[in-house]
Design a binder for this molecule. Sequence first.
Ligand SMILES: *Cc1c(COP(=O)(O)O)cnc(C)c1O
Length: 456
Amino acid sequence: MINDLNLFLRLSEELIKAENEEQVVTPIPPKELLQYVDIALTEEASVDQDFENALRSLVLNTPRTATHKFYNQLFGGRNAKAVLGDLLAVMLNNSMYTYKVAGPQVGVEKEIIHKSCALAGYPTTADGTIAPGGSMSNLMAMLMARDYGRFHITQTGVESGLCMYTSADSHYSIPKNASFIGIGLKNVRKIETNAKGEMIPEALEEAITQDLAEGLTPVMVNATAGTTVLGAFDPIDRIADITEKFEIWLHVDGAYCGSVVFSDRYRHLVKGLGRSDSFSYNAHKMLGTPLTCSIILTKHRKCLYDSFAIDADYLYQTDQDDYNLGKTSLQCGRRNDALKFWTLWKAVGRKGLEEAVNHQFYLAKIAREYVDQHSDYQLYSYPDSVSVCFNYKGIEANELCTAMYEAGELLVGYGEFKGQEFVRLVTINAGNDKEDILNFFKHLEAFASAQFGSSS
Ligand SMILES: *Cc1c(COP(=O)(O)O)cnc(C)c1O
């Protein structure tokens, strides 16, 4: 074991050195992978130097999400305290379903859940769990919403006529999950958004009224706190007025930016959150823990049990349900995704997490101002968003992003809003500074003039 841990340390040191020297790896075309990396599994054992070399080339050829040139997705960077917690979770290898095998790790997860409920403005009777990602948090919320007041569904299956609502700019996991849970893609109403990408409450109310008139049963409204492309916040308070009036479950999908609850300065973006029935946020996005760490909370503790607790005598043999987390999770065996978040939170405090969140908005402001002040750019984003969307010199966003990726220059993605495609710079890595953001533009401009020079 110790030898392999030493190898881990050596490879980690080499990786960090490589990250500092050349922050992006030149991508290997998938068909040529075997030429570059010794991936093949063979009859005979691979030992010592062969094994180490295979591992080294694999590690050093993998995209570097922790560097200052990775802006491609809604995660990035590397938080040392969180990594430490995750490494320890692997060493300990507990499964979170029972107190008997996870011991105090159960308390670690429950502490995160309870403190998160308080930040969301939920009562002390609220509860939650950790799911394998934001899509699965949404799935859990949608199952609870489906079963709320319709508990017979868990016994007899889904009846027809159920429908739900989400904005046209919400995450694709909402319709995807609707197909999983027997509601059906066609029964998801995509509510129109305004110019900033926020759900229009009047359009929501109209859709609900129409469905009710047709005898359908609305089961859930999903509001998004940070839409995936623009980073827009749906107006929760106004949406809650409607869900309370019609008695419909309100879920807030905060996978991307729900972590604003940690910030006294930005919590107002989810004003009204305490009125929702469920809320999820990804600590692996704004808070910078390693993938995955998604927290799903509900105001109705009983709903967690109604939708997820099935008894298993071979598993739940000791302690109360409260400490047997398997009773309220999707999975049976479940890795400890709590410890990495706990080590981070413990080390920096709520105030440290607030700083990380505030810093991301600061970086976005730097980027937005840069784009705004340079006439070669066109800006598509609004304040209070950590997605900065723009086009440069009219170059097609997908061509620019793909060319930069293929040249091993920068990793950044493109997105689309109301038919307009643009580069989406995500300032979610709190390890970045003003300089890194300005460097991003410098690299992009130099690359564009070398590659697309004549077209500009
Ligand atoms: C990222 C995201 C999700 C999905 O989260 P995963 O952890 O990738 O499954 C859901 N909703 C929104 C708004 C997101 O941005």
